[in-house]
Design a protein around this ligand. Structure first.
Ligand SMILES: Cc1cc2nc3c(=O)[nH]c(=O)nc-3n(C[C@H](O)[C@H](O)[C@H](O)COP(=O)(O)OP(=O)(O)OC[C@H]3O[C@@H](n4cnc5c(N)ncnc54)[C@H](O)[C@@H]3O)c2cc1C
Length: 456
């Protein structure tokens, strides 16, 4: 349906939702309910031309725009007050070419749908755990998950991206970036972060054969924290790269520590591999089993369901295990957590033959290649009255851990990080700015932490 007719100029096309429309409220909301922004219009694009028209429409009128797919930005970057949200979630086709082992995936697909479509052909892609996270934002920022150590980040498997970028003073056009054409944009799309250069409409990924995997979960009581956390940190990067694992320490009120992981291999081997963990402290619950891969994705997705609706999260990387003082810091902060929903979560990324670490920090825009572990410090709540306390807790916690950890993952953005370009992009920021200047010289794709067009 075409709306917003102006005398001259581009018209919006696609499914258009305006304030006053019964679906406006649902259409404007982010996954993180801490944000409640009121866009002037939301365009649900159905084809690339709808995206082009929306970018042109916004540029011709000087209206701010945001790209949106899965709405999972931690800091609400895919919403905007008074601007246009260009939403690709209804562009959600996916096609597998098993002969060439590639998949063509439109950027509106959430992860659960990607896994399901690929599973139908018994192939997969290393990607994240939450079912509703969009493949769009996940890939552009990196993409970590339970196959990372074997198959790398999601963006490492990205061969081609189709993107709507600006053209001239008011225009927009589609370009295709791959190894041969616009290779600089492909490089930037592998970790440079969402919303910076244009609006991605389709990805081509390398895919891998998959059938069954083995998964584990071990639960300890909080009293074992001082032993279990250091043991996991030593163990996780040292095991075969076919095993990627996590550990999550809950607030003291909950009083649990849970480690989970996935092995490309059988249950017997997995049981043998996790023995060093089982020998630490007193595990109170242990699960090991072999399942079809698609069931494993459901198992890991469950951890991301039914969470409190508002949250503040920050991330960081560990290049070596936390010293005892750092583990004490975790104990102290989680002892005084604002509520029972606060946690510290880590996933193994590096170590023994890891596909993430084998790539050079400058080969893609994602620079944190040599990190052993990624951390996520999170606070969640329901009522606005709790907000400040939770945000302050995350801020203080980040500061306290700073001597022991480095940087942050651009997909775990945090508005409180002052030097965020360095934290997210490290050595790659200068090159990213050059790509930004080339593809978005008028800084149309901008938000609080977008890559600046500046000269350096
Ligand atoms: C519950 C939860 C679980 C998560 N689990 C994981 C995980 O397992 N692994 C992991 O790596 N990360 C994980 N993340 C982080 C996730 O990768 C980021 O939040 C990611 O940016 C989400 O992408 P999206 O498309 O869902 O979000 P959106 O909010 O739609 O977009 C995120 C950013 O990308 C931009 N963007 C969106 N669509 C496009 C497009 N088509 N073209 C260009 N830019 C676009 C937006 O403008 C915004 O800046 C998780 C997040 C949450 C909330």
């Amino acid at each position: 349906m075409a709306q917003n007719r102006k005398k001259a100029g581009t018209r919006l096309t696609g499914r258009i939702v305006l304030p006053g429309n019964p679906s406006y409220n649902a259409a404007r909301m982010e996954f993180n309910r801490r944000f409640s922004k009121f866009p002037r219009v939301i365009v649900f694009c159905r084809r690339t031309q709808d995206v082009i028209n929306a970018v042109k429409w916004a540029r011709e009128r000087g209206v701010r725009l945001r790209a949106r797919s899965g709405r999972h930005s931690y800091e609400g970057f895919s919403a905007v007050n008074g601007g246009v949200i260009i939403d690709v979630s209804e562009m959600n086709k996916a096609k597998v070419n098993r002969k060439n082992m590639v998949a063509h995936i439109q950027t509106g697909n959430p992860l659960a749908r990607v896994y399901r479509k690929l599973w139908n052909k018994r192939v997969t892609l290393p990607a994240g755990t939450a079912p509703d996270v969009g493949i769009a934002g996940l890939t552009l920022g990196g993409g970590i998950g339970l196959l990372s150590r074997k198959y790398g980040l999601t963006c490492d498997n990205l061969k081609q991206v189709k993107m709507v970028v600006t053209s001239g003073r008011y225009g927009a056009k589609t370009i295709v970036a791959n190894k041969k054409k616009h290779a600089d944009l492909l490089w930037a799309s592998r970790g440079g972060g969402g919303g910076n250069f244009g609006i991605a409409t389709a990805y081509t990924f390398r895919v891998r054969p998959i059938s069954t995997v083995s998964i584990y979960s071990i639960t300890w009581k909080w009293r074992d924290l001082g032993k279990v956390f250091p043991a996991w940190q030593r163990w996780a990067p040292s095991v075969t790269n076919r095993l990627t694992s996590t550990i999550e320490v809950a607030a003291k009120q909950v009083g649990t520590i849970v480690s989970t992981g996935q092995l490309l291999g059988g249950a017997e081997e997995l049981l043998r591999l996790i023995r060093p963990l089982l020998q630490v402290g007193t595990p109170v619950k242990v699960m090991v089993r072999t399942v079809p891969f698609i069931e494993a994705t459901n198992f890991f997705a469950a951890a991301d369901l039914n969470l409190e609706p508002k949250f503040k999260i920050t991330g960081a990387y560990g290049f070596k295990p936390l010293p005892r003082k750092g583990v004490r810091m975790i104990r102290d902060f989680l002892s005084k957590a604002p509520n029972r929903h606060a946690t510290v979560w880590c996933q193994s990324l590096g170590g023994a033959g890891s596909a993430v670490s084998r790539v050079s920090p400058t080969a893609t825009a994602y620079p944190h290649r040599k990190a052993e572990t990624i951390y996520e410090l999170s606070a969640r709540w329901r009522n606005d009255g709790e907000q400040q306390r939770n945000i302050q807790w995350v801020k203080r916690f980040r500061k306290a851990l700073r001597p022991f950890v480095i940087g942050d993952y651009v997909n775990f953005p945090d508005l409180q990080i002052k030097n965020w370009p360095k934290a997210y992009y490290g050595v790659n920021i200068a090159r990213l700015k050059r790509v930004k200047r080339k593809y978005d010289p008028h800084n149309v794709f901008r938000f609080a932490q977008s890559i600046p067009v500046g000269s350096r």
